[in-house]
Design a protein. Sequence first.
Length: 100
Amino acid sequence: MGFRVQHIDHVELFVPDFEAALEWYRDVLGLVPVESAKLWADEGQPHMISSDGGTTMLALFRGEGPGEREFVGHQRVAFRVDAAGFVNFFNHIERVKVES
C-alpha cells in the first residue's frame, strides 16, 4: 500500500468573532482550546480547539463567516461519535441554540 494519512489533524474554519465561536463550539460540541497550541492563540491566531486533547482539531482563524464571502472551501465538517453519543447529541441539541 502507498501513502496513507494517519488521521485528520485539523480543519480550518474562518470566524468573524473568536469569543463567540469558542463559546459556541464549547457549549454545543464540547470542544475546548488545546493547551499545547495556546501560544498560537496568544499571538493572534489560530485558536485550536478539540474534544480529544488535540489529536483532531478545529483551527479557528479570524475572517469572514459563511455567507459573507464567495464559497471557496468545504461545506461540511463531520464529527465521529458512537451510537450512545449520537443519541446524547440529539438530547443535548434541544437545550442549546443552533442556527443554520
